[in-house]
Ligand binder design. Structure first.
Ligand SMILES: [Ca+2]
Length: 459
């Protein structure tokens, strides 16, 4: 009996010693983690949005393209998060950019019908709150470098929408007498201006130098503002057709002129990341994306949507699902591939959360998805997304994996998680689901019609 008692005591003592060891290990692990985390202050991150023009879902090596080499973007994706179901809220330039900067459907801000041109008298309304205005309230210095496309008259330009600095073009790079003549339109009366702040400093610039010039401007802005939080909206006019690259990149890619142009953009991304490294700006969130899918009417001079159906100007996946890569050394600890469905309207509320900025007083449509940056595998609650076409008419809705799409009065239903090429119409197999989604479309559009705000007007 005594022997059993002693053995029991010895066993207990051993167990206690073992637990003590585990405790010590746990405490040291916690202390190490705390000291690592203490070094990483994620508050007020610098924000850089690199927005390309008409770059398709299938145009980057890390999204499966075998003939366009994009080592810098591939590295960004490896070290950060690659999103596979990121959608823009419109299949063409002006509305997509309005959605990104306001967190709202283009129709809510009155910019849903086509793109702005040289004779347009409308633009982004001064009553809309842009990402730049939101971050300025938090003390950020802000710059828009590149293409704007939300109104070319003074009151609509970036300096009147929260950007301290602006250098770039108000339109797409094909909107000039010179380029339109090459495309066969001899009567286009406008030249493409280069604007610095509010002044036109050049007309019809040498487009082969644009990627380089804008990259240098971006690097200068980062260097000048490295000591305080900044927001840089670097919006390349490429690879919108006509595509141009500098001499160094001409005839270097396996994918012709289009590949040369994308590879120069990749070089530009490398330059930006290098600048951040040089100044040890690890607390910088860099987002790389595109405003809409590829413009395939120009055949090989345009991009590719990879496996997706359709292209720019359509509400098929190819027009609206584009690459998104998020990179942030201090903020993203779990790199990976995120398959959650998110949109470019989610960026404004996400940045508001990350910077503790208050959301605009006006109603917006995006939602904060910042938790995906800490856990790319987190599942978000399904939220309906509405597909407005290039004329601003509602043409589809997605809820969870199901997308109802109206094409020439015909409704089709696709599971766009499993059938990303939108090949298999499920409308007859799932009539109740199709009906429910149709109702959702009608209800939402009626509501938005009532709630939509006025577009900015010249007078
Ligand atoms: Ca575009």
């Amino acid at each position: 009996m005594i022997k059993i008692h002693r053995e029991f005591h010895v066993a207990i003592e051993r167990k206690l010693k073992h637990m003590k060891r585990i405790h010590i290990l746990l405490i040291s692990f916690l202390l190490v983690s705390i000291s690592i985390n203490a070094k990483k202050d994620k508050s007020n991150p610098n924000v850089i949005i690199i927005y390309t023009d008409d770059l398709g879902y299938g145009d980057l090596n890390c999204y499966g393209n075998p003939t366009i080499q994009t080592p810098h973007l591939d590295r960004m994706a490896n070290e950060g998060i690659k999103f596979t179901q990121f959608n823009v809220a419109a299949c063409l330039c002006t509305p997509s950019r309005a959605a990104l900067l306001t967190g709202s459907y283009p129709k809510r801000v009155g910019l849903h019908k086509g793109v702005l041109r040289g004779n347009s008298t409308t633009g982004l309304s001064e009553s809309e709150v842009t990402i730049a205005e939101l971050l300025k309230q938090k003390g950020y210095t802000t710059a828009c470098i590149g293409k704007w496309h939300l109104g070319h008259q003074e009151k609509f330009l970036p300096p009147n929408h929260g950007f301290d600095q602006f250098f770039g073009m108000p339109f797409s790079n094909d909107m000039s007498t010179k380029e339109q003549a090459i495309l066969g339109n001899k009567n286009y009366p406008y030249q493409l201006p280069v604007i610095s702040q509010l002044d036109t400093i050049e007309l019809d610039p040498d487009q082969s130098q644009l990627t380089k010039r804008l990259t240098q401007k971006a690097i200068d802005f980062i260097s000048d503002n490295k000591k305080q939080p900044f927001f840089l909206y670097l919006t390349h006019p490429m690879p919108h057709v006509p595509v141009y690259s500098s001499e160094e990149f001409e005839n270097t890619s396996l994918r012709g002129k289009y590949g040369d142009t994308v590879e120069e953009i990749d070089w530009s991304v490398g330059q930006i990341l290098e600048t951040l490294k040089k100044y040890k700006l690890d607390n910088t969130l860099v987002l790389f994306s595109s405003d809409n899918g590829p413009w395939t009417v120009y055949k090989t001079e345009g991009g590719s949507a990879g496996p997706l159906r359709g292209s720019k100007n359509t509400t098929w996946e190819g027009g609206m699902r584009v690459p998104l890569i998020a990179w942030w050394p201090d903020g993203i600890s779990n790199s990976g591939v995120c398959t959650q469905f998110i949109t470019n309207m989610d960026i404004l509320p996400t940045l508001a959360n990350l910077t503790n900025a208050s959301l605009p007083a006006n109603k917006i449509d995006g939602r904060d998805v910042s938790e995906l940056l800490t856990n790319p595998y987190k599942e978000l609650e399904a939220k309906p997304f509405f597909y407005y076409n290039k004329a601003g008419k509602l043409e589809g809705v997605r809820l969870g994996a199901l997308k109802l799409h109206k094409d020439k009065e015909k409704y089709q239903l696709f599971n766009v998680e499993e059938d990303i090429s939108e090949k298999y119409d499920l409308a007859k197999q799932m009539p109740q689901e199709a009906e429910k989604l149709m109702q959702l479309m009608t209800t939402f559009d009626k509501q938005l019609e009532k709630e939509k705000r006025a577009v900015g007007k010249l007078n």
